[in-house]
Design a protein around this ligand. Structure first.
Ligand SMILES: Nc1ncnc2c1ncn2[C@@H]1O[C@H](COP(=O)(O)OP(=O)(O)OP(=O)(O)O)[C@@H](O)[C@H]1O
Ligand SMILES: [Mg+2]
Length: 317
């Protein structure tokens, strides 16, 4: 974090440098003074990691809950959930990644030993089925916590329909852990079934990844209508963070035109984030069992894209 950003955080809280030092000391148990804050702000001393992490975390006492959703397949929901989760962790936040897709892509890509989890039955389906507490299935993996999913979630998706509160179960489960995290990210399956609706009911925010291609973009209005319905009946405060164009091929005129169309369609209504570029390094990272934002060079466009997104939405929280 640089001095300008720290200054912006201080001003947002309407504090003098002295007041800000006091604010930090109370919360972090330090003994900073006005001169110290001034040196951070004018770049003469680096902002300590603990201060940067605390400021980015803000004063939230309950995690923001972001669902990545798009009922169309292959729109980078899982890649976005995983890499955004890790980008937040790299910014010093406490992160929980919840896999609500029976395909378990995010569970595997996050580095969880799925076989071991399945043998113990410690998976999301057990929580939604009220057989286990969420705390009993959370597993740490590479610097974040993960709630793993497995194929039994597909059976649960059918059986839950005849039982009470089919769409509210994830919200209920997450309420037990929201205070322990800064950000909770939920990956959803490629349809608008009961699992995606659980995620949208549990979420405070929804992020819509989309490949800016002619056959992919038309899926967005249907999702926005579903979000509107969820707002009316279940979750009035659900916020659309925005649309994230991803796997963007900047050198193809079709994708360029589709992106422009997307920007024009949603101007003034839904924010469209800066696109994340397509790179072969992404599949390579999955193949090598590593997480792109952690393993690829810092100047890789995908790493820069996710870090920029995480920083941008952190400041709003
Ligand atoms: N920036 C990128 N550049 C290149 N490939 C990417 C990029 N982001 C994601 N991918 C690849 O695109 C494919 C689809 O991504 P992902 O699995 O995240 O989509 P999804 O929406 O979760 O799919 P599903 O609907 O099946 O759940 C994956 O092979 C992934 O590795
Ligand atoms: Mg997926």
């Amino acid at each position: 974090m640089d001095g300008d950003l720290l200054k912006a955080y201080r001003r947002k809280r309407d504090l003098t440098q002295e007041g800000f030092a006091h604010y930090l000391n109370e919360r972090l148990g330090r003994s900073y003074d006005k001169a110290k804050v001034s040196r951070w702000e004018n770049g003469r001393e680096p902002v300590p990691d603990a201060v940067a992490a605390f400021m980015r975390r803000g004063t939230r006492t309950r995690a923001r809950v972001i669902a990545t959703a798009n009922q169309k397949g292959g729109q980078t929901k899982s890649s976005t959930a995983l890499n955004l989760a890790h980008a937040f962790a790299l910014l010093g936040k406490r992160v929980l990644l919840v896999d609500a897709d029976p395909q378990a892509s995010v569970t595997l890509a996050a580095g969880v030993d799925l076989e071991e989890r399945m043998a113990r039955g410690a998976v999301l389906a057990a929580v939604l089925d009220e057989r286990m507490a969420i705390g009993d299935v959370v597993v740490p993996a590479n610097g974040i916590d993960v709630v793993p999913s497995d194929i039994s979630l597909a059976e649960f998706e059918v059986s839950v329909l005849s039982r009470p509160g089919p769409e509210k179960r994830l919200k209920r489960a997450l309420s037990d852990v929201r205070q322990a995290y800064d950000e909770i990210i939920i990956d959803t399956p490629p349809h608008l079934g009961v699992l995606t609706r659980n995620a949208l009911v549990a979420a405070t925010d929804v992020l819509i990844p989309v490949v800016p291609a002619p056959l992919d973009v038309p899926g967005v209005p249907l999702l926005l209508r579903t979000i509107e319905q969820i707002r009316i009946y279940e979750n009035p405060d659900l916020n659309v963070l925005g649309i994230l164009p991803n796997r963007f091929e900047a050198n193809t005129s079709v994708q360029q035109a589709t992106l422009q169309q997307l920007l024009a369609t949603y101007a003034g209504q839904v924010r469209v984030f800066e696109p994340i570029r397509k790179t072969t390094a992404m599949d390579q990272a999955v193949y090598n069992g590593v997480i792109a934002v952690r393993a690829l060079p810092r100047d890789n466009p995908v790493v820069q894209g996710y870090m920029r997104l995480a920083e941008e939405i952190s400041d709003e929280a």
